[in-house]
Design a protein around this ligand. Structure first.
Ligand SMILES: Nc1ncnc2c1ncn2[C@@H]1O[C@H](COP(=O)(O)OP(=O)(O)O)[C@@H](O)[C@H]1O
Ligand SMILES: [Mg+2]
Length: 221
């Protein structure tokens, strides 16, 4: 058996995201494997850059084209924590706002194309792990340059249009209210653009598409 085969055999499936499958290796490290053939080296480069600038991200160990090996951060995702401890919704909303403020302070790296400040573009509670040393931001695949207010608006939009059971809607509202109270109020102006980006990005179910289309119409809010 080759070393490569052994590492495939001895890993446990942890999660599958929008475009990747995530495994835990027997040495405790996490492997993110892309299903779409996207080059993960850019994501790794981004994470190394961010670590160097004090942003909490998993430590990168190794990267090939389609596999990124990184530190496994144990803990619930912020999205899970909102569900399990709804009374914390307000403080979790503020925590997400604080992560945006940390990003506000980081200059975008030269290797990203375009103009403007650093944007994650998918900073929703499902991409934040509440680790033993605090929140850690995952999934830097969409990172780009632009107006920071757009990044904040995307966080708002991705949670606002998610389909939830009625009992969860009050919790969501408390989370979003606290989030918006702790960010630049002008971020609201970027909501139509954020909805457009989200609509383009992935296949969405019809109800979510309708909600996003409503948000794209600026006369509605
Ligand atoms: N370093 C990590 N530590 C702990 N969990 C992780 C880590 N990286 C990914 N995950 C888990 O795997 C899921 C998918 O990873 P993610 O990078 O978000 O992939 P995708 O781009 O497919 O959404 C995450 O939502 C999270 O649950
Ligand atoms: Mg993800």
């Amino acid at each position: 058996m080759t070393a490569g085969m052994r590492s495939v055999a001895q890993r446990q499936h942890l999660a599958s995201g929008q475009d990747s499958d995530v495994f835990i290796r027997s040495d405790g490290l996490l492997v993110k494997h892309t299903r779409t053939g996207r080059d993960l080296r850019r994501e790794a480069e981004m994470m190394v850059y961010l670590s160097g600038h004090g942003i909490p991200v998993p430590r990168v160990h190794d990267v090939t084209g389609d596999e990124l090996v990184m530190q496994y951060v144990p803990g619930p995702r912020m999205s899970e924590e909102i569900g399990r401890r709804p009374w914390l919704a307000g403080s979790l909303g503020k925590q997400l706002a604080d992560l945006h403020h940390q990003l506000d302070a980081v200059e975008a790296p030269d290797f990203l194309a375009g103009d403007g400040n650093l944007l994650h573009l998918d900073l929703h509670p499902g991409n934040v792990v509440l680790g033993p040393e605090g929140p850690v931001v995952l999934d830097w695949a969409s990172a780009t340059k632009g107006d920071r207010r757009l990044d904040v608006a995307l966080s708002w939009v991705s949670l606002a249009v998610a389909r939830l059971a009625p009992v969860r809607k009050l919790t969501r509202w408390r989370f979003l209210r606290s989030f918006m109270a702790n960010v630049d109020p002008k971020a609201r102006e970027a909501i139509p653009e954020a909805a457009r980006i989200r609509l383009e990005r992935h296949d969405r179910d019809p109800l979510e598409r309708a909600a996003l289309q409503k948000l794209m119409d600026p006369d509605r809010h």
